[in-house]
Design a protein around this ligand. Sequence first.
Ligand code: ADP
Ligand code: MG
Length: 291
Amino acid sequence: GSRVFDPLTSALTNFAEFRYFSIAGGRILNLMKEPEMKGDRPAPNGGDIEFHNVSFAYQDKKVLHHINLTLKQGSLTALVGPSGSGKSTLMKLCARFYDPGEGTVSMGGQDLSTLEPESLMKNISMVFQDVYLFQDTIRNNIRFGKNDATDEEIIEAAKKAQCHEFITKLSKGYDTMIGEGGCTLSGGEKQRLSIARAILKDAPIVLLDEVTASLDPENEVEVQRAINTLIAGRTVIVIAHRLKTIRNADTIVVLDEGRIVEKGRHEDLLNNHGLYAHLWDIQTQIAGWKL
Ligand code: ADP
Ligand code: MG
């Protein structure tokens, strides 16, 4: 389901964007008071993302073990593995939702924990399954990607994200309120709004977690088209429920119980006859696809 929260003050929004996704709304403000997000250096403008011997635990539950991984600037990396294998956690470490318990995550050669959080956030757009919308106008919900955006920029992003058409059909267009007492949007429409927000933000790194998982086929096509516009030429990490959608990734990283068990391109991994090939077999058998 999607969430609608009260608007945050603009001074908080960039920082909030970076921690809110996995959290219930009421806890946002408390979490932002956590002392751990330190760092005062400006973030480099993208670059490779590197994991050096990263381990991570939620309290005492270890979920990632000794991850070594380089995500090349401008490449598309897919994270694959059973539910609970640590895909979302690995992705969240790239955006510094958390700092690793052991090892380092770096961007452009700089340890994320030394970077000023808001500066890092300017580098990263995130689109997750659970779309995060404010109780505000459609225009302001898209503007959240870039506080000083002009109306023209907002409309252009909406067009690229396949939103403009449904927005202009609403009685108040871009000034339509969403959320409590406002209009109701379908799951696919909310997804595309969050993609418009990300397109407007124009960050060099894009994180996509199960974006199309809950959509019907018709919406999935529209959302996929919007995603293709969003990711062109960027460093992308994608978690996709359906392996079919990531078979062209530059690198597929297969996680199992918090460890990288395989890595490579689709064809290589099929030839490995390992976990990826197994997951692929299950999905293609269930779906009855012809390869
Ligand atoms: P995936 O995305 O592959 O399904 P996750 O990274 O979401 O896996 O989760 C990895 C493990 O960490 C799971 O066992 C999950 O239950 C646990 N986990 C995820 N988020 C939290 C959290 N906020 N607090 C405690 N445990 C969590
Ligand atoms: Mg997940």
